[in-house]
Design a binder for this molecule. Structure first.
Ligand code: ATP
Ligand code: MG
Ligand code: MG
Length: 355
């Protein structure tokens, strides 16, 4: 059997490993933390720092293909892996999405809209940028942010100093606050031959910068669905991506969408697909990484996916007893506030198949 390596051992790696095992692959996982959620269920787990090039190289040398479960894996580690085994997606997808300024510049060049933005490297530059971007605005670190961490809202000039402190004085991006009607996302898979499989849109609800709920397939008009697909195809091709990726969208109404960010990987807003689509995002990603044909992305049921964040997970026993709920627990050893511990997908009525 083929060996597929996953860089990163969190919940995304774990669900990828499970899907990969169902397709018959041996899954090897690399993560600096011992006992990671994915490492514990892998055929083989490697535990060494990201900057241990020898360890990354010998991990990748055992693999027929290597992928990554999140975009903050250091580029150097990914490049080391890529020199020992086919890396899917390639380093281009990572390089374009690790930095919010590079990412938004790429999105615009690919023909999709974003919020107005400016790169800022000092408090003076931030003050100057607020003159053109205008309040309300959001300041975000260029790199390493997730779940709304490393962000501050600026409502007026009085917030500038506190916002600069909140990002720790790191190189940042100032973005205009978008007045959206709702948040949507489109998840898509792209095969080795460039074929794409685009999932139905999901509608996402966030609280405190963290995804709480995805309702899917979202109720959208034909123009919005078509525009989301156009954007997904343009970005997937522009990244020359192989595997699953997700595009977070702000719905402005009337078929107008802005891109918030791209995740070059399976995504929390695509978790519903594993229970409600013919081929879920985790299987889809492993198919693409292995060079297999893609599976059908169509939904067979309505779904509401709810994240279990922090102590939400304490209700797992009740959830396990709900007949139409599909419960997924990530096996994290410690429950912490704000930490994604699992999710539950409640299936609704069947969706009429599209021709
Ligand atoms: P993750 O990667 O976990 O999705 P993140 O830390 O990269 O999160 P963003 O997705 O950029 O953060 O922002 C988190 C949420 O904050 C968004 O889903 C949206 O609700 C809100 N938000 C971010 N940027 C803007 C913006 N320019 N205008 C309005 N709301 C925004
Ligand atoms: Mg993000
Ligand atoms: Mg986001």
């Amino acid at each position: 059997g083929s060996v597929i390596g996953i860089l990163g051992g969190g919940q995304l790696g774990r669900m990828l490993a499970t899907a990969g095992a169902e397709l018959g692959f041996d899954i090897h996982v690399y993560d600096p933390a011992p006992d990671s959620p994915a490492g514990r269920i892998a055929a083989r787990a490697y535990c060494a720092p990201w900057d241990d090039a020898g360890a990354v190289g010998s991990f990748a040398a055992k693999c027929d293909a290597v992928t990554y479960e999140f975009e903050n894996v250091p580029l150097a580690a990914v490049e080391t892996a890529a020199s020992a085994a086919p890396l899917r997606p390639g380093t281009r997808s990572l390089a374009l999405t690790q930095d919010r300024v590079t990412e938004k510049t790429f999105i615009r060049e690919a023909g999709a809209g974003t919020a107005d933005f400016a790169a800022v490297a000092s408090l003076d530059e931030l003050k100057a940028a607020l003159q053109t971007i205008c309040a309300p605005a959001i300041l975000k670190t260029r790199r390493f942010g997730y779940d709304g961490k490393g962000q501050a809202v600026i409502r007026s000039e009085a917030d500038l100093d506190a916002a600069w402190d909140a990002v720790g004085g790191q190189p940042s991006i100032l973005e205009a606050m978008v007045n959206f009607t709702r948040e949507l996302s489109v998840v898509a898979g792209r095969g080795l031959d460039g074929t794409m499989a685009v999932y139905p849109l999901g509608e996402n609800r966030h609280a405190g910068g963290i995804l709480r709920e995805t309702i899917a397939p979202a109720v959208v008009d034909a123009a919005t669905q078509a525009e989301a697909e156009r954007i997904a195809r343009a970005l997937g091709e522009g990244m020359d991506h192989v595997g699953v990726f997700a595009v977070e969208l702000f719905d402005l109404g009337g078929g107008k969408l802005l891109v918030n960010e791209i995740a070059p990987r399976v995504h929390n807003t695509g978790h519903w697909t594993m229970d409600a689509c013919a081929c879920g995002q985790f299987e889809q990603h492993m198919r693409a990484v292995a060079g297999w044909p893609l599976g059908r992305p169509s939904a067979h049921s309505q779904a509401v996916m709810t994240n279990l964040i922090g102590h939400d997970v304490d209700a797992w026993e009740t959830l396990a007893g709900e007949s139409d709920a599909r419960l997924h627990l990530y096996g994290k050893r410690e429950t912490r506030d704000g930490r994604k511990m699992g999710h539950v997908t409640r299936l609704g009525p069947p969706v009429k198949p599209v021709a």
